[in-house]
Structure formats: C-alpha cells, structure tokens
Design a protein around this ligand. Structure first.
Ligand SMILES: [Fe+2]
Ligand SMILES: [Fe+2]
Length: 219
C-alpha cells in the first residue's frame, strides 16, 4: 500500500496542495494548509485504529484524510466533489487498486457538512477528524471586530486546543476554548450543524459522539 511519505512528496500532490493553499488564502478563508491535511490524516487513521480496523484500512483513511481538501485548488464551492475526483486519478496513478482509490474518493466526496453523509467507515472517520480540527492558528486574516467576524473565524479564534478520544464506544471531541472570545453556548450554537454530522458519523461506526468543551459534557 502507498506510504504517506510517498504521497506527501509526490510533485503533483505538492503542486495541487500549494495551489489549494493559495486559493484559500486569496479568499480569506480559514487555514486549510498541509498542517490541517496532516492532522486530519492522522486523526482519521487513529479513529479507525482505535476501533480495531486493519492497518491497510487505517492507511487508506490516512491517505483520504491527507487529500480531503485538495478540491480547494479548483474552487472552495463543491471542493469535496472536485477533490474526490482529483484524488481518484492521483491514487490510481500511485498504485492503489481501483477499489481502494474509489473508497478514498467516496470518503473525500462526503466530508463536507453541506452535502456529505457518513457512507462508509472511512468517510465517517474523515468527517469526525475534519470537524475536530479547530484552532486559533487557523484564522489567517486580521480580525478587527469579533461581533461581525465570520463564524468559522470566531469558533477557531476561541479554540486553544482540540483533540479526539475513542473509549468504550464513545468518540469524544474535547475542545478548550477562551470564553472571552466565544461563550460555551455560542460555541455550541455555531457548531450545531457540524456536531449533528459528527453524531451520524459516530453512529455509522457503531459509537456514540460526545462533545466536551472546557471539561463540560455538552452532548
Ligand atoms: Fe473540506
Ligand atoms: Fe478540511
């Protein structure tokens, strides 16, 4: 199976990742760099490993996780679908079987909360890993006024740290937030749509989803 280091070093992947970052920066959107790709890759694999998946399955989740946002090099709109198709071609070229590449394509094409659904173990792990990456370093533009700031920026700006745990059939997203920027309830309201998708994804994996903010269990 394709290694992550070969995938990361591939010149085509490199070029597309660079162009994605350039486009996201140009439209002033939350950071979607190789840092985000790397974290989502690791967490997608960690979730499946904790649930007893084979190392091949874990690797495939890591691969899909790394490539999940490459559609941003086409356009932010519908980036999940465009990225999925780009990834399929790259992954078959790099030696994945058609079925493996199609699995990764399906997971990438379903990671976005607007049109995505948990349709496989891979896609479910990817959805949760992607939504779990909230951190203040992801806000790239200067924020003059928190009240009028974009909701994604406020949510990210408030987040000091986030991580996932998988224990006894419960996938928990732990977030530590600065309540000066965003109250726990504001945070929950802003995050409600994403959390609903995470809950469905956890259910697909035979688990329950829990959200813990500043040590308080919200769901
Ligand atoms: Fe995305
Ligand atoms: Fe993402």
């Amino acid at each position: 199976m394709l290694s992550l280091s070969v995938l990361r070093a591939d010149p085509e992947v490199e070029a597309i990742m660079k162009m994605s970052e350039k486009q996201i920066e140009a439209i002033g959107y939350t950071e979607h760099s190789r840092r985000h790709a790397g974290i989502v890759s690791k967490w997608s694999g960690d979730i499946l490993r904790a649930l007893g998946a084979s190392e091949e399955r874990v690797r495939l989740a890591e691969i899909a996780g790394y490539l999940h946002d490459i559609g941003n090099c086409v356009n932010r709109k519908d980036h999940a679908q465009s990225g999925a198709i780009l990834a399929y071609r790259i992954l078959t070229r790099l030696g994945l079987t058609n079925i493996e590449a199609a699995e990764a394509m399906m997971a990438i094409g379903n990671h976005d909360e607007q049109y995505g659904s948990p349709v496989s173990d891979l896609s479910s792990a990817l959805i949760i890993a992607d939504k779990a990456d909230v951190h203040k370093s992801r806000v790239k533009k200067p924020i003059d006024d928190l009240v009028t700031a974009d909701i994604h920026d406020r949510v990210n700006l408030a987040a000091e740290r986030s991580y996932l745990s998988v224990e006894d059939g419960v996938i928990t997203l732990h977030i530590e937030i600065d309540t000066e920027i965003c109250s726990v309830m504001d945070y929950f309201e802003i995050y409600f749509g994403r959390m609903k998708l995470c809950r469905r994804a956890a259910e697909f994996l035979g688990c329950r989803f829990s959200l813990v903010i500043n040590g308080t269990v919200l769901v």
